[in-house]
Design a protein around this ligand. Sequence first.
Ligand SMILES: CC(C)(COP(=O)(O)OP(=O)(O)OC[C@H]1O[C@@H](n2cnc3c(N)ncnc32)[C@H](O)[C@@H]1OP(=O)(O)O)[C@@H](O)C(=O)NCCC(=O)NCCS
Length: 162
Amino acid sequence: MQPSYPISSWEIVFPNDANAHNTMFGGKIMAIMDKMAGIAASRYAHNLVVTASTEGVHFKLPVRVGERIETTARVVWVGYSSMVVKVDVTAENFLTAERRDCTTAHFNMVALDENGKPTKVPPLEVKTPAEMHDYAVAEIVKKKALERKQNIEAEKQKSPRS
Ligand SMILES: CC(C)(COP(=O)(O)OP(=O)(O)OC[C@H]1O[C@@H](n2cnc3c(N)ncnc32)[C@H](O)[C@@H]1OP(=O)(O)O)[C@@H](O)C(=O)NCCC(=O)NCCS
């Protein structure tokens, strides 16, 4: 059993990070979240990891130019070679330090061995009520991701082009 510790990073949102509405471009936010998910997962697994899929990316509130953003990531569920990483982006006003919970997502990461094949990760220690809650949510996330993958593959098989 291995505990998982959150990691966090800070960025400043510059004008060249913005979309046409002068708020942070969603693709930039996702790139930061994906990078943080990868760092959290590889630290946990002591191995290289890749992103298999993402679930439930919610852009709840816009991030404004000039704000600071804090991105936190933690492994919240573990299978055999896969991990679910919960990532949250919080914006902070420069002057008032008011914080807003802006974006959340779950990233499905897979640990790979030196041959690029999925490899075992340590079982996760889940102790506190908050960890148990995150674990239960992530279990749904993982189930949905695999269902979606299977359904899409099944639909593709029915395509007249296949
Ligand atoms: C992710 C990848 C390694 C899975 O390979 P695969 O042959 O489907 O592997 P398997 O079917 O043996 O599954 C391995 C694990 O991945 C999980 N997995 C596979 N596809 C998944 C998906 N779409 N969503 C969530 N988990 C997934 C499986 O549930 C399994 O987990 P477990 O070992 O904990 O039970 C492979 O598809 C890949 O390399 N994709 C490219 C990744 C990439 O380039 N990412 C972007 C840059 S980081």
